[in-house]
Design a protein around this ligand. Structure first.
Ligand code: BGC
Length: 415
């Protein structure tokens, strides 16, 4: 064996050893790697440490969890599943279907989860009447984050229609500021497109096209118009967007390099981590045309079945996640809102309070929609097909008409 091979082997063995948890540890696979996310994660770690449960970190960056899910598949295949895994909507259901997830019913009934977790979340947390995941938050993707000073200096008021949004981008452009801070990764472009589709076609159209996957809606003129609008947004992004991480795009708004970012409310975690305050330093508002809708995704923790029953540490993690005080403390930092309906909004800032009120109102009015880009519209194969087409369009490979046709085909093949 060559020295290089030997070194590689030792590194692999070390990596394997490093991923084997001690008895009283939980090993958590997640994609919370930005500053704001790390701060939120520390709230969870601290909570567990106070119960003498150690934390083994297994971070795999990438919103939407695509990369994390690839690592997870490899770990499970090699018989070394992590104890607990951050997961979104349909991924939870897929793993539950495979029989890989531990049954959390005992912890759930002890904590009375049935009564406090909204039905839209339970639909993903439960599989065949068994609790298989503990929801830690509700995020929503149809938000715009804006630099307040740039808005004030340029007399821009919060846009409420597409036309006003276009005008705001033009004003920023004229002032020599990058209007839209965008990260160049497929999941980010698709997350943005969710909002554009909702705003362009309205809630019924979004439901038909991106949740029911109706080929007619997918291939319609309305979808083409949504791509046209995405094209307009693309023209308002700087030249260096390719490959940029989402939190670096948020930083551009924080430091006044760009006017706005269209992104899920995890972006707020970055403003908070930078010491910024809503309505003083930054603004949060719904993507114009989606004011009545909440397009959500919920981070949940699924426990991998480690041989029949839930371990003590897994149960402790699940019940820590679901405690009302933890849900407040965590979500204040994370940018999301609690996954329980009984947590008061007292500790939340203006954007958090708005997020909580919007969620309650949308749930009441049947205006709560799963985000396709964030794993709550359709299973991963379809989500990934959607990523491919949207990113190809954003990067100039298709015009709107071709993108619309490609979307129909890609989603048909993925089903
Ligand atoms: C998760 C958020 C996370 C974001 C960016 C989303 O898929 O739901 O919790 O902050 O990705 O990493």
């Amino acid at each position: 064996m060559t020295l290089i091979k030997q070194l590689k082997l030792s590194a692999a063995v070390l990596a394997l050893t490093a991923t084997t948890a001690a008895a009283a540890d939980v090993e958590v696979l997640h994609w919370w790697t930005s500053g704001g996310e790390a701060a939120a994660l520390n709230v969870l770690k601290g909570d567990l440490e106070s119960q003498n449960i150690g934390w083994m970190d297994m971070p795999v960056a990438g919103g939407g969890g695509e990369a994390a899910m690839t690592v997870l598949r490899a770990r499970v295949t090699s018989g070394n599943a992590p104890t607990a895994v951050q997961m979104l909507g349909f991924d939870i259901q897929d793993w539950a279907k495979e029989g890989a997830l531990a049954n959390l019913n005992d912890v759930a009934s002890e904590g009375g989860w049935d009564a406090v977790v909204p039905a839209a979340l339970q639909r993903f947390s439960k599989y065949e009447d068994q609790w298989v995941a503990a929801p830690v938050n509700v995020h929503s993707v149809n938000w715009v984050w804006a630099n307040k000073k740039l808005f004030d200096d340029n007399n821009i008021s919060v846009p409420t229609t597409w036309e006003e949004f276009e005008a705001a981008m033009q004003t920023l452009q004229d002032a020599g500021v990058t209007p839209i801070a965008q990260g160049g990764q497929p999941w980010q472009e698709a997350t943005l497109f969710d909002s554009v589709v909702m705003a362009t076609g309205g809630p019924e159209f979004y439901q038909k096209a991106l949740i029911d996957l109706d080929p007619e809606a997918l291939g319609s003129d309305t979808m083409k118009q949504a791509f046209d609008r995405l094209g307009v947004i693309r023209e308002n992004v700087d030249d260096n967007f390719s490959g940029r991480d989402w939190n670096l795009a948020t930083a551009m708004v924080i430091n006044g390099e760009a006017g706005m970012q269209i992104m899920g409310d995890w972006a707020k975690g970055e403003f908070v981590a930078a010491g910024q305050v809503p309505d003083e330093d930054f603004l949060c508002f719904r993507f114009p045309g989606t004011q009545d809708q909440v397009m959500f995704n919920a981070d949940q923790f699924a426990m991998f079945d480690q041989g029949g029953t839930v371990s003590e540490e897994q149960a402790a993690l699940a019940s820590a996640i679901m405690s009302p005080s933890f849900q407040a403390a965590f979500n204040v930092v994370k940018g999301s809102v609690p996954a329980r309906t009984d947590v008061p909004d007292t500790d939340f800032d203006a954007c958090g309070k708005k997020g909580m009120a919007d969620l309650a109102q949308a749930a009441e009015a049947d205006m709560l929609f799963g985000s396709l880009a964030q794993g709550h519209g359709a299973p991963a194969s379809i989500k990934n097909a959607y990523y491919d087409v949207v990113t190809a369009f954003f990067n100039g490979s298709f015009d709107s008409e071709t993108a619309t046709e490609e979307l129909v085909t890609a989603i048909e093949i993925a089903q």
